[in-house]
Design a protein around this ligand. Structure first.
Ligand code: 5RP
Length: 263
């Protein structure tokens, strides 16, 4: 069983400028919060809570996505106290974003074990099972998560679900095996939709294609993970069923930490 622990509850909200109130007694309403800025605030505070776990000297994996972008900024702000820390990126985009703010990035090919990885998620259930891969970095993210002593995910509350499977499940596929794998995915009950870019099939950092799999009825996740991994040509899938140790999920300015109970 996992425990949900409420950590803290105040954030400085972001505001968008609204029309000034006229002929009204104080307090005047000069600014109005927008839903987008509130979600960004939640992503930011979830990211900051996770980045607080980093201790100097650690080897730290950095995931991919818009929530992780806030983590990169939080890491950059802590760099003076993290001089001996080495970071490892799960995508070319993350590596670039980190280098842009002078976060030092090591070569994961030379690392066999990391202390901590911080990553985003597309869905998180109460057992800390996660769907990832909307950003297309699922294969490197899975490898880095597996290499990490501890993996924490960060998210706004829209990612919390009672049951996995409303989000499409990304499956990374060797282009050579594209049609064959699509047939096997359909046999598992999926409607596989090839992810597209402007100029054709979208390609991962490894040059693979991705099928976003929609299920009329989402199968039992552990069995589905085994079945997917058994298809030749499947390079990876977005089900992270046992990798995640903790989740920081923010909702309206409150961060809740869910920790996997290991006892
Ligand atoms: C990339 C991922 C992302 O972590 C996931 O899609 C969440 O992204 P965001 O924080 O932008 O919602 O799995 O492969």
């Amino acid at each position: 069983m996992n425990q949900a622990v409420s950590l803290r509850c105040t954030i400085p909200p972001s505001y968008s400028r609204g029309a000034p109130a006229i002929n009204r007694p104080f307090p005047r309403v000069l600014f109005r919060a927008t839903p987008t800025s509130m979600i960004d605030d939640d992503k930011r505070i979830a990211a900051e809570a996770a980045v607080a776990e980093i201790r100097d000297g650690m080897l730290v994996g950095i995931g991919t996505g818009s929530t992780v972008a806030f983590a990169i900024r939080a890491i950059a702000a802590r760099l003076p106290e993290l001089r001996q820390t080495i970071f490892f990126a799960t995508s070319i985009a993350t590596e670039q974003a980190a280098r842009d703010v002078r976060v030092p990035i090591g070569r994961f090919a030379l690392a066999s074990r990391l202390d901590l990885t911080i990553d985003g998620a597309d869905e998180i259930d109460s057992a800390l099972r996660v769907i990832k891969g909307a950003g297309g970095a699922l294969l490197r993210e899975k490898i880095v998560a597996e290499a990490s002593e501890r993996m924490v995910v960060i998210a706004d509350a829209s990612k919390r679900v009672d049951r996995l499977g409303a989000a499409p499940l990304p499956v990374e596929v060797l282009p050579f095996a594209r049609s064959f794998v699509a047939t096997r995915l359909a046999a598992l009950g999926a409607e596989p939709v090839l992810r597209m870019a402007d100029e054709g099939a979208w390609r991962s950092d490894q040059g693979n294609v991705i099928f976003d799999c929609h299920f009329a009825s989402f199968p039992e996740p552990a069995g589905l993970a085994v079945a997917l991994q058994a298809i030749p040509g499947v390079m990876g899938h977005g089900l992270f069923l046992r990798e995640v140790d903790a989740a920081y999920v923010a909702d309206g300015g409150t961060v809740t930490k869910m920790e996997r109970n290991t006892t």
